[in-house]
Design a protein around this ligand. Structure first.
Ligand code: ATP
Length: 431
């Protein structure tokens, strides 16, 4: 049983690369936490620091409340599995799995029993007498996992253990890994760049970008209410539609989100309207996932966007239509600091200044209206770019439409996401 606590941890390599940038994270006892992010974002470095293989440049890492660097390696009770694992080729599967127990001096009878239990939990009980060369890739990876977990570590660290396997095997092993770690109650940190893997396996997902922790939450939280534009863009398939909108406030009536040729209206009674109203006269990014969009008959009015199908993608169980709606899409390459907008300190100040603009007087919540415009984070063209939007909409498997057809889609306003151009989420009380 283990807990892990990272307190403001930074890792700067000697060449100046900041691999991990002030990351704070806690992993509770028995939790399965997935570290998710693109290649080079610092995931492996975090695991290696927790294992005591690298020292943090700043900050503390506590294992069960004790600084990890003060613990002797044998007292850490950590097992690690990597993408490139090496089995002992001359040993049988059983001997490979049992090797750590032999090293620790466990008596052969107990050893054989423990190896048998682990092997059958991993579905390799029938190949214990084989050599690694006589196994499939998936079986070899199971042996590597068995060898890591057989000592019953308190903490299991896995670094992309499935990335060399084909997709069918990956899906199968995902379920086995989560089943096994839950059964054993072992705290697990699992690194991957595969968002589907993260969302299906994790109790909680921690999403990283360029060494910075962007968001931490259950799969439902990070998918349903992503903290930053980057997280919104990273999670989900098809990707979230991210549209540039200019905001216009009609006080006490609605907040108009203008997408160019058409608009949506957030009623003033909507709890998020006031947060979005801070951006009166400015541009924000409105996110809508395909599940927030439902094709409707052309005559339907209300919260509807209309466009023409540019192209269709057939995925077997569904089709995706990509609509030209005369709007501008934001394509995220790299986004600002990735900190929630509230932490960037702009939201309250901007609300004050917006209300002043609208009413000519100060606001009622006591926020000051002194934020100069040029202090704001602005769109950095090097970090994300715009292009004509192709709104992804889900259709039935064999839709009775083809490219060029007009299509109207009803928009679930309660499923919209609002982000500042600097990348932070702007609807207050967002989770
Ligand atoms: N020993 C090292 N010396 C210098 N830079 C390093 C070293 N190890 C890693 N880095 C750099 O630190 C950053 C983070 O690397 P890390 O391996 O933690 O990323 P990652 O998210 O695990 O990537 P991947 O998914 O590709 O393994 C990268 O920019 C990488 O090039």
């Amino acid at each position: 049983m283990s807990t892990v606590l990272l307190k403001d941890v930074t890792k700067v390599w000697p060449d100046g690369t900041v691999a991990v940038d002030h990351v704070s994270l806690d992993v509770t006892d028995g939790e399965f936490l997935v570290l998710l992010g693109p290649s080079g974002c610092g995931k492996s470095t975090i695991l290696r620091m927790i294992a005591g293989l690298e020292d943090p440049s700043e900050g503390d890492i506590l294992l069960n409340g004790d600084p990890v660097l003060e613990l002797a390696p044998r007292d850490r009770s950590i097992a690690m599995v990597f993408q490139d694992f090496a089995l002992y080729p001359h040993m049988t599967v059983g001997d490979n799995i049992g090797f750590p127990l032999r090293l620790s001096g466990m008596e052969p009878g107990n050893r054989i029993e423990r190896v048998g239990d682990v092997a059958s939990a991993l579905g390799i009980g029938d190949v214990l007498g084989r050599k690694p060369s006589q196994l499939s890739g998936g079986q070899r990876q199971r042996v590597a996992m068995g060898r890591a977990i057989v000592r019953r570590p308190g903490l299991f660290l896995m670094d992309e253990p499935l990335s060399n396997l084909d997709s069918g095997l990956r899906a199968e092993l995902r379920a086995e890994i989560t089943g096994l770690t839950r059964e054993l109650g072992v705290t697990t940190m699992y690194v991957t760049h595969d968002q589907a893997e993260a969302l299906t396996m994790a109790d909680r997902v921690a999403i990283m970008r360029k060494g910075v922790l962007q968001d931490v939450g259950t799969p439902t939280e990070v998918y349903g209410r992503p903290a930053t534009l980057y997280v919104a863009a990273f999670l989900g398939s098809p990707r979230m539609n991210l549209l540039e909108a200019s905001v216009y406030v009609h006080l006490d009536q609605y907040v108009a989100l203008n997408f160019g040729e058409q608009a949506l209206y957030l009623p003033w009674t909507d709890i998020r309207a006031r947060a979005v109203a801070h951006y009166h006269g400015e541009r924000i990014v409105v996110g809508m996932r395909a599940e927030a969009l439902t094709p409707v008959a052309p005559e339907v009015q209300g919260d509807v966007l209309r466009g023409r199908i540019r192209f269709l993608e057939h995925h077997g169980h569904e089709s995706l239509a990509f609509l030209d709606i005369g709007a501008t899409a934001i394509v995220v390459d790299e986004m600002g600091t990735g900190k929630p907008e509230a932490e960037q300190g702009g939201a309250l100040r901007r609300f004050g200044s917006t209300l002043q603009k609208l009413t000519g007087r100060g606001n009622s919540n006591g926020a000051t209206a002194t934020q100069p415009r040029d202090e704001r984070s602005v769109l950095d063209p090097g970090r994300h770019h715009r292009r004509p939007a192709e709104l992804a909409v889900r259709l039935a498997p064999y839709p009775a439409v083809s490219p060029g057809h007009p299509l109207a889609v009803a928009v679930r306003m309660d499923m919209l996401h609002f982000f500042a151009e600097s990348g932070g989420r702007i609807d207050v009380g967002w989770r």
